[in-house]
Ligand binder design. Structure first.
Ligand SMILES: O=C(O)CCC(=O)C(=O)O
Length: 283
């Protein structure tokens, strides 16, 4: 039996205020190249935009439950994610995802009031963290764009179980342009409403593709053993904070949400083009 040799150091994150973004134009490329595991940008979104979105999401009836039946892991979403879910273990069917992509702008307007301004705010920030490269959702076939992000709610008592985001093998990714790099997948999300307790993102110094990472007989990751053996970064995020990290490689989870109200976030994934001239992001 092989035994993982745990890394001795906790994953390295940069943590800075949005006003210092100009000093960190290399941050996304550093995460991409493994010089960092990730970065936190504090107060990345204006307070009024965050408050408006949190209120709209709290009152929204557009939520779906793609993990219905997964005890303790019932994340709610608005907009289908290009990930496996309990409903679609191999990711969303192409037609469903295309429909969701077509509805992205209306969905975003319902949350932020003005879809174009919200998308532009996200686009500009990601571009600045990628050294000024253009940042945009890529084309989805001829007519559509990939949705820029989706919205997520974790209710009290719910969590996101340990996983890594290795999604390029899912069918829907056949629609991703061929000039985008598939060796690395970074995840990003903005917190719109922080929970009263819990809900931290925990990133372990463990690679999901390491055959020696502890697994249960079911082949699910053995979180208790990973927790005991590997150092971790525990990130507490406030409303408006942006997190970007190497979710494609590193095992991570979101701790159970405590308190009385849901944890609200929106986000997705990103990669660079193979020539590194542009950044693509999608939800
Ligand atoms: O909290 C979120 O919105 C997502 C956390 C996560 O698992 C990820 O970003 O990969």
């Amino acid at each position: 039996m092989t035994t993982a040799t745990p890394a001795r150091e906790a994953p390295r994150f940069l943590d800075f205020d949005v006003d210092a973004t100009g000093d960190h134009g290399d941050a996304i490329e550093a995460a991409y190249d493994g010089r960092l595991v990730g970065l936190v940008v504090r107060r990345a979104l204006p307070g009024e935009l965050v408050a408006h979105a949190a209120a709209a999401l709290t009152g929204s009836n557009a939520w779906t439950s793609p993990n219905r039946g997964m005890r303790g892991g019932e994340i709610r979403t608005i907009g289908d994610a290009a990930t496996p879910t309990f409903t679609h273990l191999r990711g969303p069917p192409d037609d469903l995802y295309a429909e969701s992509a077509a509805a992205h702008s209306d969905r975003t307007a319902a949350v932020f009031g003005d879809a174009a301004t919200a998308l532009e705010t996200v686009r500009r920030l990601l571009s600045a963290l990628a050294g000024g490269r253009p940042a945009a959702p890529p084309a989805f076939d001829d007519q559509l764009s990939w949705p820029a992000f989706n919205f997520r709610a974790l209710d009290p008592g719910e969590q996101i179980f340990a996983h890594h985001d290795n999604h390029f093998g899912l069918g829907v990714y056949r629609h991703l342009p061929g000039d985008l790099e598939r060796s690395t997948l970074l995840s990003f999300f903005f917190t719109l409403r922080a929970p009263e307790a819990g809900g931290e993102l925990i990133v372990y110094a463990a690679r999901g593709d390491d055959p020696a990472v502890p697994r249960l007989p079911s082949r699910f990751l053995d979180t208790a053993t990973i927790e005991a053996r590997y150092p971790a970064a525990r990130l507490t995020l406030g409303a408006g904070d942006l997190l970007i990290f190497d979710a494609g490689r590193m095992v991570h989870r979101v701790a159970p949400v405590g308190g009385a109200h849901p944890r609200l976030t929106f986000g997705g994934f990103m990669t660079l083009s193979t020539d590194r001239s542009r950044l693509a992001f999608w939800g």
